[in-house]
Write a protein that binds this ligand. Structure first.
Ligand SMILES: Nc1ncnc2c1ncn2[C@@H]1O[C@H](COP(=O)(O)OP(=O)(O)OP(=O)(O)O)[C@@H](O)[C@H]1O
Ligand SMILES: [Mg+2]
Length: 357
């Protein structure tokens, strides 16, 4: 998995031989600054796009192969024993809306199959969009399979570049959607003003003060008022979006504090509006380590248990990678990976294109 935060590649080794999947091992390959910059640049129209996208797809695929080798190292498990690599690719455009109906994840899956000598499942989102869906979020089906409880009403919140929620109500079907920015605006602002790729533990944000008028301008974005199904990405939430909301005289740390509150408020409001009866809120994704953010979220949802998915047996950092292994497995056994009630598609679909070893 390589998500919208552009931090790197998460590899998870998962065993599906028992009734419940088991996460055996994990490995992380960070992106260097140059790769991150080149990927960021491809999110906007620019010169020589097709060539740059193809070159980056090759580079990424080498990194995906390294992550695969890394997760298998010293396990005694050989490549030929692996059924498949599920590889999401790196999103550079996500335009599910009518008239566009496409999403682009950079990957050269043929090259990855060749380098790793393992079958690759890639391009998970296109089929759902072809069936009229948002192509995102795709993790709710996995959350449902792994985290559902017969009596407890749970919500799983993934705080990656974008934040998404899955509502696991014991009475009803599963629902879920993207609620808005997770870390990506905080990361971009932090990087511009401090040189750090992210605000560790939200300390810089915690040193600032929320600017109420700015927070209101953030919250007036139409996306937040839209009803699900909905999904979003850097196409909407980026530095340009942020700059348009600024007066220009704000202290950078106060902007960071306001961005952190934006993430907390939009997640809390989404839960309040769509799963008010939820008792337990479990956080995952890198944003779950942002202690200032978790504090704000906890304050925003009084009376609810707020904890990390670690409490459910899967470390917060590895839920997404585990999910894409699960989605690949669904594809291999010809089972649907999407949930039409989440994405808005005409029906559940088997997701992904298979590149045999
Ligand atoms: N200690 C920490 N304090 C604050 N933020 C953190 C910390 N650790 C990780 N993060 C944030 O988490 C991000 C990485 O999260 P993650 O890998 O879940 O996102 P992602 O790659 O966008 O995933 P996806 O899009 O699949 O949800 C970093 O960019 C950073 O913003
Ligand atoms: Mg990541």
């Amino acid at each position: 998995m390589s998500g919208t935060s552009l931090d790197g590649v998460d590899a998870a080794l998962v065993d599906f031989s028992a009734a419940a999947p088991v996460l055996l091992r994990t490995f992380f390959c960070p992106y260097d600054d140059e790769l991150r910059e080149q990927l960021l640049a491809l999110h906007q129209p620019g010169h020589d796009e097709l060539n740059r996208a193809a070159i980056l797809s090759n580079q990424l695929s080498s990194l995906y192969a390294q992550a695969t080798a890394g997760v298998l190292e010293n396990t005694g498990i050989a490549a030929r024993q692996i059924t498949a690599i599920g590889c999401h690719g790196q999103t550079v455009r996500h335009c599910p809306e009518t008239g566009k109906n496409y999403t682009i994840q950079l990957i050269n899956a043929a090259l990855l199959a060749e380098l790793a000598q393992i079958t690759v499942v890639a391009d998970f989102r296109s089929r759902d969009i072809a069936a009229g869906g948002q192509g995102a979020p795709l993790v709710p089906a996995f959350h449902h399979a792994v985290f559902k409880h017969a009596d407890h009403h749970r919500v799983i919140v993934n705080i990656g570049g974008i934040a998404n929620i899955t509502c696991l109500d014991h009475h009803q079907s599963v629902s879920g959607f993207d609620c808005g920015p997770g870390n990506l605006l905080m990361d971009a602002w932090c990087s511009r003003h401090t040189g750090n790729t992210y605000d560790k533990d939200g300390r810089w944000a915690a040193s600032g003060r929320i600017i109420p008028a700015l927070l209101e301008r953030f919250l007036s974005e139409d996306f937040f008022a839209r009803k699900p199904p909905k999904s979003t990405g850097r196409d909407l939430f980026n530095l340009h979006w942020l700059e348009q909301k600024l007066c220009g005289d704000e202290a950078p740390r106060d902007v960071q504090a306001s961005l952190l509150q934006l993430t907390a408020t939009t997640i809390a409001r989404s839960i309040q509006e769509h799963c008010p009866a939820a008792e337990e809120i479990y956080l995952c994704g890198g944003g779950a380590h942002n202690t200032a953010l978790v504090d704000r979220l906890t304050i925003s949802m009084p009376g609810k248990i707020v904890a990390l998915t670690d409490q459910l047996g899967v470390a917060a950092d590895w839920v997404e990678a585990f999910a894409f292994a699960w989605l690949a497995h669904q594809a291999i056994v010809r089972k649907a990976g999407s949930l039409a009630e989440v994405t808005g598609a005409k029906g559940n679909r088997i997701l992904g294109a298979i590149y045999p070893a």
